[in-house]
Design a protein around this ligand. Structure first.
Ligand code: FE2
Length: 208
């Protein structure tokens, strides 16, 4: 298996991103975060895949082995690559949830109102460690409802069968260049720039 990296995989060009995302991240961060960090997860994933082809299974043990470390880093990079895809995909909108009527209805049913969902989502993302994520997932395997989930690093806190509908990167690399320690400002700007039409498309595709 080889994971493909493409420049311009986002639903807007690198040039468009500088204007489209300027309320959320700096133009430099748009470039660094996508073309260095995100790309790096995909590249590492391919390196790990290659390593797994030849790693000696007979040396595996519970302390240290090449196979064990490759498996651990696989999960980190796989989660990192996937969540960054979601992050870029949900950005670039006007933050109006009425443009995602089906997903909005599911959120209102579970949380009581959009405002209550937002309050919980902001607090969830604010509570992640310095390297982490706030996610809105649909719990497809266990409780069949939307949930806000806190993830440390890329994978600690994930729930099985949780389909990520919104992924908010709160690693410091995501916001420090524009907002410094103002993570709350960044979170507000992120929510105000959500593209609910694309979020709704995903909800319909994977949930309904
Ligand atoms: Fe990131």
């Amino acid at each position: 298996m080889s994971y493909e990296w493409k420049t311009g995989k986002r639903p807007y060009s690198d040039e468009e991103a500088k204007t489209l995302l300027k309320n959320v991240i700096s133009p430099e961060t748009s470039d660094w975060h996508y073309n260095k960090h995100h790309k790096g997860y995909v590249a590492a994933l391919n390196t790990i895949e290659k390593g797994l082809e030849t790693a000696d299974r007979s040396k595996a043990n519970g302390n240290y082995s090449e196979l064990g470390e490759l498996k651990r880093r696989f999960t980190w990079n796989h989660s990192g690559a996937l969540l960054h895809d979601v992050y870029w995909n949900v950005l670039g909108g006007d933050g109006d949830p009425r443009k995602g009527p089906q997903v909005l209805a599911a959120i209102e049913k579970e949380f009581g109102s959009f405002e209550k969902w937002k309050e919980d989502f902001k607090a969830t993302a604010f509570s992640a460690k310095l390297s982490g994520w706030g996610l809105l997932v649909y719990d497809s395997l266990y409780s069949q409802r939307p949930l806000n989930v806190l993830v440390d690093e890329h994978q600690y806190g994930a729930i099985w069968g949780g389909i990520p509908l919104i992924a908010l990167d709160v690693f410091e690399h995501a916001y420090y260049h524009k907002d410094g320690p103002g993570r709350a400002v960044y979170i507000d700007n992120f929510i105000n720039s959500l593209h609910w039409g694309r979020i709704n498309e995903k909800f319909i595709k994977y949930v309904k």
